[in-house]
Write a protein that binds this ligand. Structure first.
Ligand SMILES: Nc1ncnc2c1ncn2[C@@H]1O[C@@H]2COP(=O)(O)O[C@H]3[C@@H](O)[C@H](n4cnc5c(N)ncnc54)O[C@@H]3COP(=O)(O)O[C@H]2[C@H]1O
Ligand SMILES: Nc1ncnc2c1ncn2[C@@H]1O[C@@H]2COP(=O)(O)O[C@H]3[C@@H](O)[C@H](n4cnc5c(N)ncnc54)O[C@@H]3COP(=O)(O)O[C@H]2[C@H]1O
Lengths: 141, 141
């Protein structure tokens, strides 16, 4: 196997920068969130506040579950609920100077990890895809 | 770094067996597919035929995109379309005797891989989570 140097890389070198990350803002309703998810093609995206600080994560399963009635999914409820009522607000975050090695264990349970700077401003995401590419290049016989 | 023996493991030893995989059948409409996705909590699941052979993959992005009109998402269209009209029918598949190493490159672009036996019957899935756990245990300083 190759050396483990790639494990010491900084996540900031590998992340998708915030300007390329689809997201929604606090105050948006679930109809808007579902449109952003649908048009971006992603199944889960960050929720940010006006200062670009991370507040949580919204996903299509979360949106659908929030409007799931006893008999059917109640689509007319979408514009009646805000993202903050439904989002998952307990998500892990990495500091920009974290290493790839520290991200591996978290990526077991999370398809992507949000990265913030020292001011807790959201700066980007590290995806499973990026880390798997790195591993595929470095873990061979 | 540890030895690369884990790369030689058989995917069959690591897969989630078919009886535990949420799926839909050909002929189901998108309303049924969305309910299965919502209740299972998964964002993408296999589509099988009556002989349990793999036909494609259906996901919430695919469902939403299929009913996305010019102005809004048209939810009343959900029971008007069948999974076969919308599903992604060109997905990779692994044979049950494939190794983990052969799956790594495919998992870069696919969150999970469908596994079939020699009769092309669907037998299970290999997820990124499983492989990341394996890598996390074997790739350390
Ligand atoms: N437009 C596209 N082009 C090419 N491949 C695509 C794609 N959309 C999805 N994929 C593939 O599908 C995987 C799962 O995407 P998902 O949206 O469920 O899950 C995504 C999504 O929730 C989030 N994500 C990734 N890129 C994002 C972005 N630019 N903005 C917001 N969220 C993003 O991170 C998760 C993991 O992403 P990852 O790349 O590891 O894994 C992606 C990627 O391999
Ligand atoms: N009920 C649950 N309990 C615990 N963790 C959960 C969970 N549902 C989702 N997750 C976490 O979220 C990741 C993405 O799930 P997703 O449904 O988008 O994407 C899933 C889904 O499309 C599919 N999948 C996984 N297990 C499945 C199953 N039993 N039946 C059908 N599809 C499955 O494989 C993809 C990748 O799964 P993976 O495990 O790597 O990654 C999962 C897992 O880490």
């Amino acid at each position: 196997l190759h050396s483990g140097e790639f494990l010491e890389m900084n996540v900031q070198e590998l992340m998708i920068p915030s300007e390329r990350v689809a997201h929604v803002q606090l105050g948006n309703n679930l109809e808007h969130a579902l449109l952003v998810l649908t048009k971006s093609g992603y199944t889960a995206i960050p929720v940010l506040d006006v200062h670009y600080r991370l507040q949580g994560l919204i996903s299509t399963p979360i949106v659908m579950d929030a409007i799931l009635g006893l008999q059917r999914i109640e689509f007319d409820q979408l514009d009646q609920k805000k993202v903050e009522e439904a989002m998952n607000s307990s998500i892990p975050r990495l500091k920009a100077n974290s290493t790839v090695q520290s991200s591996l264990a978290l990526l077991i349970d999370h398809p992507f990890l949000c990265i913030e700077d020292d001011e807790e401003v959201f700066v980007g995401i590290l995806t499973r895809r990026t880390v798997l590419q790195l591993l595929n290049n470095n873990v061979r016989r």
